[in-house]
Design a protein around this ligand. Sequence first.
Ligand code: DGL
Length: 263
Amino acid sequence: MSEQPIGVFDSGVGGLSVLREIHQLLPQESLLYVADSGFVPYGEKPPELIVERSCRIAEFLLEQGAKSLVVACNTATAAAVGELRLRYAVPIIGMEPAVKPATLATRSGVVGVLATTGTLRSARFAALLDRFAGSVRVITQPCPGLVECIERGELDSEPLARLLADYTQPLLEAGCDTLILGCTHYPFLKPLLQRILPADIQLVDTGAAVARQLQNKLREFALLAQGPAQPARFWSSGDAALLQRVLPSLWKETAPLVQELSL
Ligand code: DGL
């Protein structure tokens, strides 16, 4: 069982930022990745639809032999991780915006969260703030439009820079010195963010922490693989050619053929 693959999914390419961290920490693990590109973006969709999509994808990954699942999407975690854990017996790792690390890192006492509308509206996010914000002021900023650009492989255009500036300006004016990238698509915008933001602004994301949490869970269940890993496999429920085109720049490993998935 321990040599079986790990199933990872997101609404699109965002989860590749998490997949990269998993591959870096656990190179002996075989990885499966589903981009639910036919339904991207999740951020503006009703939670019921995200639960339904997440369950279908989880079942597909389990049919492929996944020993564990990683919900590499803050929005899908907020909507669906509870239901997934009720339905499926394998270890399931979810993710949420890095509020706790950001509150420890801030010097100004003001933190900004860039995330999807769905994540910021969720009960899980409200509970996260209740637990960890303490005396730190946390300002949230939904960012519609960013995910669509990243899905097209657009990571550095002028319109995107303007959109990012519009979203971050109010946070900077409010005194934020730390910005949480609360959507797995956004780490791909780090180079652009670093170009347009003042140099002392810290960017915090959760990919590496999710990889460590996965490692701990696999160890706890005696599921860590010895390797060697099989090459990662990729599926898209939308335009597989589009994922194929952007995959080399985002995955950075040899990119095999993306398969189409109708679920
Ligand atoms: N990548 C996802 C997240 O972490 C969702 C993006 C979207 O589809 O709106 O929230």
